[in-house]
Design a protein around this ligand. Structure first.
Ligand code: FE
Length: 237
């Protein structure tokens, strides 16, 4: 959890850079698209009220935006994606499970007790030494909530949604992932019906780890495809 503020800062920088010259992420549907009922053009009443409250509190110096980011980050990447991390760790240690996961993601994820809720079909795509998968929703913000929790703001931002398709390697570089030229990048566009989960590569040097230890290494970003899994999380369990 110690890395949350830095992480959030990085996100702000990333969004700040990408938002230039675009409509900006504030104008995209946010809370209202949780169920994807709709691809409405304006934020919901609740989203607008939350944003207004946050702006006033920040303006009056009553809350620090970094603190808000840290709290959100906790739910987004420390709490939410734990289900997905367990799925990934199981696939790393159990070859038969991995095969089932890649064949029928919905059923294999349900084996661990996750999924459903929104009726979406889960497709799991595997990163290898020669293929890197990246997930986006170009239309709105479709995201595998049961496995990854809350979608991060950058995922819902207009710049990410457009640039992930136009320049996936550039986007990956901004997230700190530089791919060799011979690595193929596959971009998966989520919909209300089909949600994608990336099965990241198991990092080297983790052969002796237990399934639970492996799950602790797996980040939300790695399962969206904007990061690789590192063999250690620098004490941030
Ligand atoms: Fe969507």
């Amino acid at each position: 959890m110690a890395d949350a503020p830095d992480d959030a800062l990085g996100r702000r920088k990333f969004l700040g850079g990408m938002a230039a010259g675009t409509a900006g992420f504030m104008a995209t549907p946010q809370i209202a698209s949780a169920q994807d009922p709709g691809r409405q053009a304006v934020p919901s009443d609740v989203a607008l009220r939350v944003k207004a409250l946050e702006s006033i509190l920040v303006e009056k110096g009553m809350v620090d935006p970094a603190t808000i980011d840290a709290v959100i980050e906790t739910y987004e990447s420390k709490v939410g994606p734990r289900n997905g991390a367990r799925v990934v760790a199981r696939a790393w240690v159990d070859a038969a499970y991995r095969k089932r996961l890649l064949t029928d993601g919905t059923a294999a994820i349900a084996e661990l007790g996750y999924g459903g809720g929104q009726g979406e079909h889960m497709v799991v795509v595997e990163n290898t030494a020669s293929v890197h998968n990246l997930v986006v929703c170009t239309l709105c913000s479709c995201y595998p909530w049961p496995t990854l929790g809350l979608p991060p703001n950058w995922y819902k931002s207009a710049p990410y949604r457009s640039r992930a398709v136009i320049d996936p390697r550039g986007v990956l570089r901004e997230f700190g992932v530089t791919l060799a030229d011979d690595v193929q990048v596959r971009v998966w566009d989520s919909t209300a019906e089909i949600r994608y989960l990336v099965l990241p590569e198991r990092p080297p040097g983790t052969e002796g780890m237990t399934e639970a230890q492996l799950a602790a290494l797996v980040t939300r970003d790695a399962m969206v495809g904007v990061a690789k899994v590192s063999p250690s999380r620098g004490g941030a369990a």
